[in-house]
Design a protein around this ligand. Structure first.
Ligand SMILES: NC(=O)c1ccc[n+]([C@@H]2O[C@H](COP(=O)([O-])OP(=O)(O)OC[C@H]3O[C@@H](n4cnc5c(N)ncnc54)[C@H](O)[C@@H]3O)[C@@H](O)[C@H]2O)c1
Length: 416
């Protein structure tokens, strides 16, 4: 590259820092030149990290677009409900985009973004980072090589893990489908996207079932209080005790904006007494499901099933790919690829073949690397996950959620 791609980050939280840190590690590829972030702690930290000129530090995303275009691209890492506004404004002004998933909260909004992308001829990558993870690339390569013969079906499970569920989808940012999205878009659009990508064909129909079964008031133990800090009678034995998770075990503290060089304890207690993470998991305003299954029929008679499960002691996707001549069993970092004709089994461990040090099994860096090339060369061909491909898997998620809510099989087909 002759010069780095310049980008503005909308939302300097967790993901904004993931992509921002790439710029610090590869300054010859990407330079962050501005940002919008309303939380002062995050704003100061981000400005210092990237040495951002004060005139390019904004409080909310709208302000980025009050000034003339001053970078090649905008990285949209705002909360789910704030993707549509900045995406449309950025495209209007001629910016390219790195757009966090899900694209937007409704199918119509996704269509608007897609149309504006096409009308303006912009480069838009959607952060389906798993397409860039070496393990998933290997599965795709084996399927495409026809080593398994004709692809027949795929079975994918995402064990969310019960504490992660409680943190992100009961107490945290993705607990409420109206404020963020239903689980299939907020969490499992990655999985539906993998299935669309692996099969290489269009999904024809979906049906889905799922419920919020456990994390609700009727399951609150006697003696529990609205917050774990309110003198709950069962706090000591509750696996979801916020005092245990955050205060005593210091887990998942990255959401609490704790300044460096301070006594963490009192800060955490204050956050638990007043913030979302101190709430009892049985007394939250959550409505997203804690278990959901999706059955899919693709073209060429390929079938697939997907399960999102909160109630596991483990996390990390497990996959089984069934071909007419062989299969793949994938668990975490390992694949076993079997050939029915020879009876041979080949073991493949991702650590032995690739650098997976960046997040999502190496997918985070892979995505940004291709995206900066695509923007730099103005060639969407570098992207495995452009907006057109993401639209297909988002449509599967929207239709599957409709199926769950209506109890009907929903047609998917081509995005219109
Ligand atoms: N690709 C993935 O695997 C992946 C993983 C996690 C999250 N995500 C998605 O990335 C997005 C961000 O998630 P996150 O985990 O970084 O959340 P986060 O809460 O850590 O970051 C979002 C940031 O946006 C800021 N913000 C809020 N309102 C704003 C406004 N009006 N203008 C500008 N900034 C504003 C927040 O203060 C926060 O710092 C979400 O859409 C989420 O679903 C994707």
């Amino acid at each position: 590259m002759e010069k780095p791609v310049t980008a503005i980050v909308a939302g300097a939280g967790n993901r904004g820092n993931v992509y921002g840190d790439y710029a610090l590690r590869f300054p010859e590829e990407l330079k962050i030149v501005g940002f919008a972030e309303p939380v002062p702690f995050r704003s100061t930290r981000f400005a210092e990290k990237h040495n951002i000129d004060s005139k390019n530090q904004f409080i909310t995303w709208e302000h980025i677009f009050d000034v003339p275009k001053f970078a090649d691209a905008v990285i949209i890492t705002t909360p789910d409900a704030l993707h549509y506004g900045p995406a449309m404004a950025a495209l209007e002004m001629g910016y390219d985009l790195l757009l966090e998933k899900p694209i937007a909260q409704t199918w119509q909004e996704c269509r608007d973004i897609m149309k504006l992308t096409q009308d303006r001829g912009r480069i838009v990558a959607v952060c389906h980072v798993l397409r860039y993870a070496p393990l998933h690339k290997k599965i795709k390569e084996v399927i495409d090589s026809e080593a398994l013969g004709r692809l027949v079906s795929i079975d994918l499970i995402e064990p969310v893990e019960h504490l992660h569920m409680s943190h992100s989808f009961v107490r945290g940012n993705w607990r409420n489908s109206k404020e963020s999205n239903p689980m299939l878009l907020a969490k499992s659009c990655h999985d539906l996207d993998l299935l669309r990508w692996y099969t290489g064909t269009r999904c024809k129909r979906v049906s889905s079932f799922g419920h919020l079964t456990w994390f609700k008031e009727e399951n609150a133990p006697p003696g529990s209080t609205l917050r774990c800090t309110d003198g709950c009678a069962v706090e000591a034995e509750c696996q979801y005790s916020a005092l245990k998770i955050y205060y005593r075990n210091h887990q998942r503290l990255h959401v609490m904006d704790i300044p460096e060089n301070v006594d963490k304890g009192p800060v955490i207690l204050e956050r638990l007494k007043n913030g979302p993470y101190g709430r009892c998991v049985y007394h939250c305003d959550n409505d997203v499901v804690d278990h959901q299954v999706v059955a899919m029929e693709f073209e060429k008679e390929i079938t697939a099933s997907f399960s999102m499960e909160a109630f596991t002691s483990y996390y990390g996707r497990r996959i089984k790919v069934m071909g007419a001549m062989g299969d793949i069993v994938g668990e975490l970092e390992d694949l076993v690829i079997a050939d029915f004709t020879t009876g041979k089994q080949l073991g493949w461990n991702v650590q032995e073949h690739a650098d997976i040090s960046s997040g999502h099994g190496g997918g985070d860096d892979g995505l940004v690397r291709d995206w900066v090339q695509a923007v730099s060369q103005q060639d969407p061909g570098f992207l495995s996950t452009d907006i057109a491909s993401a639209m297909e898997s988002h449509l599967m998620a929207f239709r599957a959620e409709e199926s769950r809510l209506t109890g009907t099989v929903r047609e998917v087909g081509a995005p219109e």
